[in-house]
Design a protein around this ligand. Sequence first.
Ligand code: BDR
Ligand code: CA
Length: 314
Amino acid sequence: MANTRPKIILDCDPGLDDAIAILTAAHYCDLVGITTVNGNVGIDHTTNNALLTTQIAGLDVPVHRGAARPLIAPTMDAARIHGETGLGDVKTPDLTRSIASNNAVDFLCESARSIQDLHLIAVGPLTNVALALRQDPDFANNLASITIMGGAARGGNVTAVAEFNVWADPEAAAIIFTEAAPITMVGLDVTHQVLFGIEEAEHLAKVGTEVAIFASQLLEFTYHRCREFGMTGAPIHDATAIICVTHPHLYERSRHPVSVELQGEHTRGMTVTDMRPFLESLEFSDDLPAAHDVVWTADADTVKEHIITAVAAL
Ligand code: BDR
Ligand code: CA
């Protein structure tokens, strides 16, 4: 897919890295629409931030507001990473754009039905996607692919074993992992390998356009926040998931049964990934959870270069 422009809908909860994902997608994809979901911060903020990001980049992409809360789980945010409004301390202009609709789920179902070869990239909690699957049982079949930034085969970030997007609405994630197979899971296994430093922020600042300065400030805030949390650099998880769709040859993946843990006292929200090599020979292999493409590694330097190039070109 590297030299074509895939048609995509981006379901997101901006969020620092979501905003950079929007910019990256706008450069490499035909961005049919953006749907917003409660996640990093509340739905009013994530929706405003999606609108602001498109406004700053001069993108005429419709933004549809989605779910205000998880299916069942209590609402939990990630404001301690992304700041109270979701875009850190980055100064933004007054908002002049407005939403195209209040119904992201209708937009998702209708677009999947009517647009050929449409790819869905979901980089927030999976509430909207689960609701779309509930509304239209053919939703996943009508799409060319579903890629999520979420989960991890090994380890977590919110808990020892759970990644934020799955942990924030595990019941929604369980619906997707059970009913929409195969999806591509761009989890922490790979996103934690693509770490940005302050030099990428400085490079974008020098580019000097409004959008490059905006992205530079997002990167800088993320970098300092990540350093406070003991990391050596800043994973820009959601943009890494975009490049996985547009430049798949830069990533290594393999297919494994994955299920979402909903019960465990210490493991709720874990994406339990079965990495046993002999699975197909098991007599009970029919009883295994649905299998998905788990992404393990990336050519980190090239992925970063593509993200920076995208933002600089807008
Ligand atoms: C994911 O959680 C959010 O905080 C980020 O935007 C990303 O989608 C990483 O765990
Ligand atoms: Ca996100």
